[in-house]
Design a protein around this ligand. Structure first.
Ligand code: AMP
Length: 198
């Protein structure tokens, strides 16, 4: 992976651990010669990731919709800043230019971006790894929901098992590097069978 996109909070979070972990992630990406791709903001965890990367001499690439530029939350010193028309265009752009994705703690914006990748991954629109950085048990409740939906037959077990969940950034990125997507034919056959569709 040459470029990894991180979805993360536009807030800092209450516990200093979030800021500390963001610094650690940026350092590790830099060590691995992986460029940071993110939402282009100059606030919250986004700012920590971008500033740390730039201070190290690494590349930080932002993708931001025009309306967020208009309220001046964009980072002014990024290596590249791509301005797009809408939140939907931003997601498409982030997905196209990145080789993998990491969900870092955040709020609704992070959840939206994470859901986008979960959906396109299971439909195999792209075969790029998605890592959930679950330090401090941050995503435990969301993962419980995904597990529940899997047990109830609404998420394929293969897709659940396809998620790369880790509380150690080095192991998360190494597992992402070794990612092999599930085969689509198997689960499509299963959902067609249960719906009696040829
Ligand atoms: P949230 O998790 O709700 O704080 O939203 C953060 C995610 O949504 C980031 O990954 C960004 O892509 C996007 N986002 C939300 N707010 C902003 C902002 N003020 N500036 C730039 N991007 C933002």
């Amino acid at each position: 992976m040459k470029k990894v996109c991180i979805f993360c909070g536009s807030s800092m979070g209450k516990d200093p651990i979030y800021k500390e972990e963001a610094t650690k992630v940026a350092n590790y990406l830099y060590e691995q010669k992986i460029d940071l791709v993110y939402g282009g903001g100059n606030v919250g965890i986004m700012k920590i990731l971008a500033d740390t990367t730039l201070d190290l001499g690494g590349k930080a690439i932002g993708v931001i919709p025009q309306f967020l530029m208009d309220i001046e939350v964009d980072h002014k010193s990024l290596t590249e800043l791509h301005v797009v028309d809408s939140m939907q265009d931003r997601k498409r752009f982030l997905v196209e230019i990145s080789d993998g994705f990491i969900a870092f703690p955040g709020g609704i914006g992070t959840l939206d971006e994470l859901a986008e990748i979960l959906t396109i991954s299971q439909l195999r629109v792209y075969d790029k790894p998605l890592g959930i950085y679950n330090f401090n048990g941050f995503f435990d409740h969301l993962l419980k929901f995904i597990e529940h939906a899997t047990n109830e037959g609404f998420i394929q077990a293969a897709h659940y098992n396809n998620l790369i969940i880790d509380d150690d950034i080095e192991s998360l990125i190494q597992r992402m590097q070794n990612f092999k997507p599930v085969q689509m034919a198997h689960w499509l056959k299963k959902i067609k069978n249960e719906s009696s569709v040829n």
